[in-house]
Design a protein around this ligand. Structure first.
Ligand code: P6P
Length: 280
């Protein structure tokens, strides 16, 4: 497992360099979700695949940027699902983006996630790793230096409501509004990694990416984005559920690119979600 985290650190440094140097044009290709790829998407994916492929304990890797998983070592133990550069379209307006990693055993189902990590490429490069605890590191010169253990309070102050408001279900709109009425602050950049990192580092709140009338299953991918963050939020003392109130980590992977409505937050805010979704 340590060698996987070291590979993530190496990838992060190479991707940061690519972000600073790569031209921000589109490649000729699209990913499996039909989204046109930036050259940076393709390059970040290549970097991570290269670094993970050196590790004998990894059996399979699956990238959000590729249609199918790749077996790299038949005798390996771990399966790694990753989103190489989440929110990459924000790079050209100089907003923070990130890489997300889920480390699984046996299958890509939520219950088989055993560790996760993410990297934030912002004013600083930071790495958060969740095994038993959630630990935050900052890149200084060429080393990731430990900053703190991340623990969520039972109630926060930040509200990060995703998806197109025009397509929100009425009960979701009421949930979001109720938090604002309680004085929560709007904190939403459109980048899942920095938006969730902010809630984690500021002690709590709610990030929601609901099902909507145009996308009932939401937008965020289970294996590459949702399960890794659900693991982190639970280990940090929060909760992570879907629109039925089910723990996200109890969901199966389904298709490798399957999505799910998702809510990540402190206990108080997740209770609010259950309340407003109870009779939906
Ligand atoms: P919306 C970025 O494209 C992304 O996949 C996540 O990083 C982010 O949380 C979400 O989409 C933003 O989507 O529909 O709110 O713009």
């Amino acid at each position: 497992m340590t060698e996987i985290i070291e590979a993530i650190k190496k990838s992060a440094k190479r991707i940061q360099k690519a972000i600073n140097e790569e031209e921000l044009t589109y490649a000729q290709s699209c990913n499996s979700s039909g989204e046109q790829q930036l050259k940076l998407d393709v390059q970040s994916d290549m970097i991570i695949e290269e670094e993970l492929s050196k590790i004998a304990s990894i059996k399979t890797i699956a990238s959000e940027e590729k249609s199918d998983p790749i077996t790299i070592n038949e005798n390996g133990t771990y399966l790694v699902g990753y989103d190489p550069l989440d929110g990459s379209s924000l790079v050209d307006v100089n907003l923070s983006v990130g890489s997300i990693f889920g480390i699984y055993e046996k299958s890509f189902d939520g219950k088989n996630l055993i560790a996760s990590a993410y990297v934030v490429y912002g004013p600083r490069v930071e790495l958060v790793v969740a095994g038993v605890k959630v630990e935050r590191f900052v890149l200084q010169e060429d080393n990731f230096i430990f900053m703190q253990e991340i623990c969520l309070k039972d109630k926060g102050k930040l509200n990060a409501p995703g998806a197109t408001q025009k397509h929100w279900y009425p009960h979701h709109k009421e949930l979001v509004e109720s938090l604002f009425q309680e004085g929560y602050r709007l904190r939403y950049s459109g980048g899942m990694v920095p938006d969730l990192h902010q809630i984690l580092c500021k002690g709590g709140g709610l990030f929601s990416y609901p099902g909507t009338n145009d996308k009932p299953e939401g937008k965020l991918r289970r294996v590459f984005e949702v399960f890794p963050f659900a693991y982190i939020f639970e280990k940090a003392g929060g909760e992570a559920i879907n629109d039925k109130g089910v723990r996200l980590l109890e969901l199966e992977c389904g298709n490798i690119h399957a999505t799910t409505p998702c809510f990540f937050g402190s206990k108080y805010e997740i209770e609010k979600v259950r309340e407003f979704y109870a009779n939906a």
